[in-house]
Ligand binder design. Structure first.
Ligand code: ADP
Length: 406
């Protein structure tokens, strides 16, 4: 099946057009600066052909029309008519407690997404805009939602409840939701393939380290705990996000610096993490460069980043009651030799023994042969999961409602 995967943000849309039989992207691209006068569409095709278009793209619907325009174009396109797009899969950040699986979109699903806007005020509204734009442009094409939260929804209460009055969970749905679920699920399934084991025998810890970072404890295929919480701010140190901190500290900073609620949110989400500590920006490549030049604050940032991953790894090994494999993924996890080495340093007591040569040469398994816990480096592919889930849902729908001949 040929599926258009959309990731709609507030001012950008990332897309991939995926052939689920061959498991390849026939085209991919991004529209940036939606709503501004000089929006940019960058599009590339599987054969390397690439194009950039600058135009006035005022909203998500116009952006999607541009994307379809380039996909249909003679010189850069990959389809002959709109109907060649058999289904559309949307990455949706927050499914709240309502969705533990990907779903076919109907009016009820859109209503629930609207109800969940409070939980993800920055993310769910553009997701809904993308869904509604497709409804107008491709009214007969089935659409599905794949949620970042779904993989974690069935965590046990001891992992998802916070130590605040229980009524607040009931009243405001305040609980740990966790994010990056599609990525944690994908790399855990890949690990099963690579290790040639049965998922039923594996206790895994996965670390998705990108601009946002999170870890998950996965017991026989089920997420039992994860480091991001009610929002994607909790847990590990990230590019610009603080991760874990003492909640009282927020009240203290707000009073000392006379910050509003919005300003405090911006401080913790945009000016903290690697950026805030190092003063050198959020890009791990630049942090590592600065560490090599002896930059003190960059060194703190690098050490805190790795130390926190180590702490969660230890905690999750205990929560799982054992550990078979530890998996790195995301831009940093897949590419940073230094981060993987620092995280795995002195972890032999836990059964983790990194093979330096394998870690340097891009292997998938980067632990030694005798390491009790296997360490893996697996490139994530969230778009493929979205396309595969969408294709399965749509196929089963077609089986239930066979087309009438004549
Ligand atoms: P996003 O969370 O936006 O999808 P990515 O998963 O692409 O982000 O990860 C972005 C991060 O990956 C950045 O911090 C970047 O510095 C880091 N990164 C990419 N390549 C390397 C590399 N070779 N070494 C270290 N970090 C890298």
């Amino acid at each position: 099946m040929k599926v258009l995967v959309l990731n709609c943000g507030s001012s950008s849309i990332k897309y991939q057009f995926i052939d689920t039989e061959q498991k390849i992207a026939l085209a991919k691209g991004m529209v940036e600066r939606i709503g501004m006068s000089s929006a940019v569409l960058s599009h590339s095709r599987y054969d390397g052909d690439a194009i950039k278009i600058v135009g006035e793209i005022l909203d998500h619907q116009i952006a999607i029309e541009y994307v379809l325009g380039v996909m249909l174009s003679k010189n850069h396109g990959v389809i002959e008519e709109k109907e060649d797009i058999e289904a559309v899969g949307h990455r949706v950040v927050h499914g709240g407690e309502s969705f533990s699986d990907s779903v076919l979109i109907n009016d009820h699903v859109i209503e629930v997404l609207q109800e969940n806007i409070e939980l993800a005020p920055l993310h769910n509204p553009p997701n809904i805009k993308g869904i509604q734009a497709i409804k107008r442009i491709l009214p007969n094409t089935p659409q599905c939602c794949v949620f970042d939260t779904a993989f974690h929804v069935k965590m046990p209460p001891k992992a998802f409840l916070y130590g605040i009055p229980y009524e607040l969970y009931k009243k405001h749905k305040i609980r740990r939701y966790g994010f990056h679920g599609t990525s944690h699920l994908y790399v855990s399934q890949k690990a099963v393939e690579i290790l040639n084991k049965n998922i039923e025998e594996l206790k895994l810890v996965t670390a998705h380290l990108g601009n946002g970072c999170s870890m998950a404890a996965i017991d026989r295929g089920h997420s039992i705990d994860t480091s991001m919480g009610f929002t994607p701010l909790e847990g590990l140190l990230m590019g610009t996000r603080s991760g874990d901190l003492d909640p009282s500290l927020i009240l203290y900073i707000m009073s000392k610096e006379a910050l509003s609620l919005n300003e405090a949110g911006t401080l913790l989400n945009k000016h903290s993490g690697l950026t805030g500590i190092s003063g050198e920006g959020s890009d791990m490549r630049e942090i590592i460069q600065a560490v090599k030049q002896g930059h003190k604050r960059a060194t703190y940032a690098f050490e805190i980043f790795c130390y926190r991953i180590k702490k969660y790894l230890g905690a999750y090994a205990a929560a799982l009651g054992g550990l078979d494999a530890f998996i790195f993924t995301g831009g940093i996890g897949e590419n940073s030799i230094e981060v993987r080495e620092e995280v795995c340093r002195d972890m032999e007591f836990l059964g983790i023994e990194l093979d330096r040569e394998r870690n340097n040469n891009g292997s998938l398994i980067i632990s030694t042969d005798k390491s009790k816990v296997k360490v893996l480096r697996i490139p994530t592919n969230e778009e493929l999961v979205i396309a595969m889930d969408t294709s399965e849902i749509v196929k089963s729908l077609k089986e239930k409602q066979p087309e009438h001949a004549g």
